[in-house]
Structures are given as C-alpha cells and as structure tokens.
Design a protein around this ligand. Structure first.
Ligand SMILES: [Zn+2]
Length: 169
C-alpha cells in the first residue's frame, strides 16, 4: 500500500521523531521535469547525525521520456536519485555544512518543499545529451562515423571560402 506523500515537510520535527516516509508523489504533480511517465516513488528518512545536524536522506525513482540525440526518437528511461540534505535557513548557514551534505532551504514555516527538492535532483541527474543503448538506437555505429564526416567538411569550409576569395583577387 503506497502513501501519497506531503509536498512540504517540517524536517526538524520529523528528525526529532526519527520519521521515515515511504510513498509517492503523483505524476500529475510533477511539473518541472519534462515528460514524466510515472509517479515519483520515494523514501525519505529524517534524523540527527552524530554532529546533531538535521539530515534528510532521499531515495527516489521516476520514469520519464527523453529524446535520443543520435536518432531523434523518444525513449523511456528510469532515473534513480539518492542524496543527503541538511535543511538551512540561510546561505551563511549552508556554508558551514560538511561537504557530504547538500544544503536545502527551509521556508518561513520551517518546512522543506520535498517535491521541488526531488525534481531538482532528477533534473540535475539527467544526461546533457541523452542517447539510446546502442542496441536500441536506430542510428548504427557505422552511421554515426559516417555522420561525423560532414561536420569535418563544414569546419574546412571557411578555408575553402578564403581560397576562392584569394583566387578571385
Ligand atoms: Zn537513438
């Protein structure tokens, strides 16, 4: 039985109670990630570490559609993100965190927008140039090598123009 998770959570209260949340954020609520195809399945743990820092441990999965840069066909892929955050009230406080924690800003009510946090993590984890597995891609390795030749030719074009101008002069 999966629970729909609250969009914002008070991390301090949750850490004091050492709460774990397991559930999902519905597909319809995922607005900032392009072409989501599933709910965000998520588990969250709130606790204090040995330095008495409040920690939010996230583990989330989302299926989404991307466009292959090689064959320009869409494909469906699953993104899995895990990270540890520590809630802060200011940039100055963020500066003091150990490097293995990411800062996350609390709002004026002392809550963290968990859905926005997960969306940020998912967006950051996406490849800049997504491509199919080569066995699924409609452009073969041979085509790719062939495809690079025109690019090389383009690079030499300015010289060709220079040569032709020179010849005219
Ligand atoms: Zn492809």
């Amino acid at each position: 039985m999966q629970n729909k998770l609250p969009f914002t959570i008070d991390p301090i209260k949750s850490a004091q109670k050492r709460l774990d949340y397991i559930g999902y954020y519905p597909l319809q609520a995922v607005n900032r990630v392009d072409s989501p195809k599933s709910d965000i399945e998520c588990s969250l743990s709130f606790y204090y570490d040995e330095q008495k820092l409040c920690i939010i441990n996230i583990d989330a999965k989302l299926t989404l559609e991307q466009t292959c840069r090689r064959c320009f066909k869409p494909f469906v892929t699953e993104v899995h993100v895990t990270n540890k955050f520590s809630p802060v009230k200011s940039d100055a406080q963020a500066e003091t965190l150990p490097e293995h924690y990411e800062p996350v800003l609390m709002n004026e009510f002392g809550e963290v927008d968990i859905l926005a946090l997960l969306e940020d993590e998912i967006i950051l984890s996406l490849p800049i140039a997504p491509v199919h597995d080569s066995k699924h891609c409609e452009v073969s390795e041979a085509d790719m090598v062939f495809g690079e030749i025109p690019t090389e030719n383009e690079k030499t074009n300015p010289f060709a123009i220079l040569v032709s101008l020179k010849n005219k002069g």
